[in-house]
Design a protein around this ligand. Structure first.
Ligand code: AGP
Length: 614
């Protein structure tokens, strides 16, 4: 989604801005722009398309200056064009904005009536015009601080934004509903929507709070909250943000698929404390309430996309082992359906980024309705808004995930959820010590099992011809593998642009069977632990209608049905670990099909890594 950078530096600001924009490319965008202040004038350059277009333009005719703002845009209001790209300018001020200004139409009408001629179709362009009007009305006596506050006060909706003026060597910022942080080094102070943007520019970061507004100069940051100046803590830039190379892989997604055994090993070594023969001791340091909290009556899990799929799998584990009623919903539905929350209920949100707008609003709704209930988050960015607003955070420890298609954060979610279930079950006496240890042993075996699966990458690549000349693909599973079918289909569609559907295998006869023919490859997830015979009978129904079948299974060789077009063997796992194994071939399949189709694997069209608007 959109990326913001602002810099006031003693170095070349154009270079700083472009470096930061490049590091935010992974977020997904369709146009980019920068604006620099030089000798009391603003100079702006914007281009539609990839950042390379802007870089080429700046190579030909560079801008100079020590204060500037930059933006990568992901279109919401108005198509991806140079006119709609940020920064937006008005009479000596320039603004970059992330979020959505919900009252922009009313503001636009009023400004138009005052003679403003808008140049773009965006909601964001009202901001510089409001600012220039406030400056003109206040004159020199009130100044930018007051004009900026007056501008912000007129906005409804979500924003992270930074403004630059021709008159000042400072930048002004404001945050509400969209993430924004500051960075500093001996060379200057920066504002950015993403800590990764600041890697290489800043040594320390400061996460702004909701409602923060203020200004940065080359050596100082001033922050106000409700009109009162506040101090916020600077902290060392997270180490994870410092490395973002492909390390010899062709794509970040490929690299991140291969990182998964390391991620699982890190999770186990961070959270499982017992030695061989000792009592199981699973500890989540940033969620200490879990050590004493009794089993709740109900657990609600809310997330989006791939994170939602991880929650769906965990529902099977929670209900089976804890015997607690579990509700799972996509955040965009949960937040608007007037959910009945009630007492003695936990909320668990799941998010790679921790900045997904709908998930964040679902958390806020839950907390405002029932402040005494526990709200936990499983999140890959411990400094994110979701983590900071939750009562406890379990870090996913997956490291920075750059590929838009989530892979290692997903398996990290599954692994952490498995540990969470084991911890609560053992702690509350609903799982005995021997069973808890047995499951933990199986979790440790995931690391080796994943290595075996990774060594089969070529076999998955060899299956890509099955996805040529097709009208779609179907993924089927039952039990905890049903959400894996959803995830396999999501991975395929988001990076290969092929239509794909995931279905509970038992639902197939209720509609999707009508689609089945020789041009609809069907991926069947058949795990010994999850209703194997029923899945196999679904498989036969698919074969009978001429579909090509790819079977992912941990069955013994002799039990494998005849005439399947491909078999991918999964290591034998238990109910917690089989989904972790199944994830890897599904990711490979999507990855290699996308490669074969020549799509942009790491930055698929129209998609954003972190969806910070609803
Ligand atoms: C994953 O491959 C997707 N790109 C997307 O569905 C993602 O999982 C979703 O937007 C949620 O993001 P989050 O985990 O950062 O909240």
């Amino acid at each position: 989604m959109c990326g913001i950078i602002g810099a006031v530096t003693d170095e070349d600001a154009q270079k700083s801005l472009l470096d930061a924009l490049r590091r935010m490319e992974y977020r997904g965008y369709d146009s980019a722009g920068v604006c620099l202040r030089e000798q009391g004038r603003l100079h702006c350059r914007k281009e539609a398309g990839k950042l390379a277009n802007l870089e080429q333009s700046l190579d030909k005719k560079p801008l100079s200056g020590h204060a500037g703002i930059g933006h990568t845009r992901w279109a919401t209001h108005g198509g991806p064009s140079r006119e709609n790209a940020h920064p937006h300018l008005a009479d000596g001020v320039a603004v970059v904005h992330n979020g959505i200004i919900e009252n922009h139409e009313i503001l636009r009408q009023a400004l138009t009536a005052d003679g403003v001629a808008f140049r773009s179709e965006t909601d964001s362009e009202v901001i510089p015009w409001l600012l220039s009007a406030a400056l003109a009305a206040g004159g020199k006596s009130t100044g930018m601080d007051v004009a900026w506050q007056q501008t912000v006060d007129q906005l409804q909706g979500a924003y992270a934004m930074v403004a630059l003026t021709a008159a000042d060597d400072c930048l002004w910022f404001a945050r509400r509903g969209s993430p924004l942080l500051l960075g500093r080094s001996k060379h200057g102070i920066y504002a950015a929507s993403d800590a990764l943007a600041l890697a290489g520019l800043a040594d320390e970061v400061l996460y702004l709070e909701e409602g923060d507004i203020g200004r940065i100069s080359r050596s100082d940051a001033v922050i106000f909250q409700d009109g009162v100046q506040v101090q916020r803590d600077w902290q060392a830039i997270p180490l994870a943000e410092q490395a973002a190379g492909k390390d010899g892989f062709d794509h970040f997604m490929q690299k991140e698929i291969f990182e998964q055994p390391r991620v699982i090993a890190d999770i186990l070594s961070a959270y499982v404390k017992h030695g061989v023969g000792e009592r199981p001791d699973i500890v989540f340091p940033a969620a200490p309430l879990l050590d004493t909290a009794p089993l709740p009556n109900r657990i609600v899990m809310v997330a989006c996309g791939t994170s939602y799929h991880a929650a769906l799998t965990a529902r099977y584990w929670l209900e089976r082992y804890l015997q607690v009623s579990v509700e799972v919903d996509v955040a965009s539905e949960y937040r608007y359906r007037n959910p009945v929350i009630g007492p003695d209920t936990w909320l668990i949100t799941l998010s790679q980024s921790g900045e997904t707008a709908d998930t964040l609003e679902a958390l806020r709704l839950f907390k405002s309705n029932t402040p005494d209930n526990l709200a936990l988050t499983l999140c890959n960015v411990p400094e994110s808004s979701l983590a900071r607003e939750s009562d406890g955070t379990i870090a996913l420890l997956a490291g920075t995930e750059v590929g838009v298609a989530s892979t290692k954060a997903y398996t990290a979610q599954l692994a952490v959820l498995a540990l969470l279930v084991l911890k609560i079950a053992y702690q509350n006496g609903v799982m005995n010590e021997a069973d808890t240890k047995r499951h933990l042993t199986a979790m440790r075996q995931v690391v080796d099992g994943m290595h075996v699966l990774l060594s089969q990458a070529d076999r998955l690549q060899a299956l890509t011809p099955l996805f040529e000349d097709i009208h779609g693909a179907l993924f089927l599973g039952r039990g905890p593998c049903f959400p894996l079918a959803l995830e396999g289909a999501l991975k395929l569609k988001e990076i290969s642009y092929l239509h794909a559907e995931g279905y509970a295998a038992g639902e197939m006869k209720h509609g999707p069977i009508a689609l089945i023919d020789a041009k609809l490859p069907v991926v069947v997830l058949a795990a010994r632990k999850y209703h194997l015979q029923k899945v196999l009978s679904n498989l036969r129904e698919v074969q009978a209608r001429g579909a090509k079948v790819i079977l992912l299974t941990d069955m013994r060789d002799e039990d494998i049905p005849d005439n399947v077009n491909a078999v991918i063997r999964l290591p034998e796992g238990d109910s917690f670990t089989t989904p972790l194994f199944a994830a890897i071939p599904l990711q490979f399949l999507a990855y290699y099909v996308a490669r074969a189709r020549g799509t942009d694997v790491d930055q698929p069209r129209n998609l954003a890594k972190s969806v910070t608007v609803e």
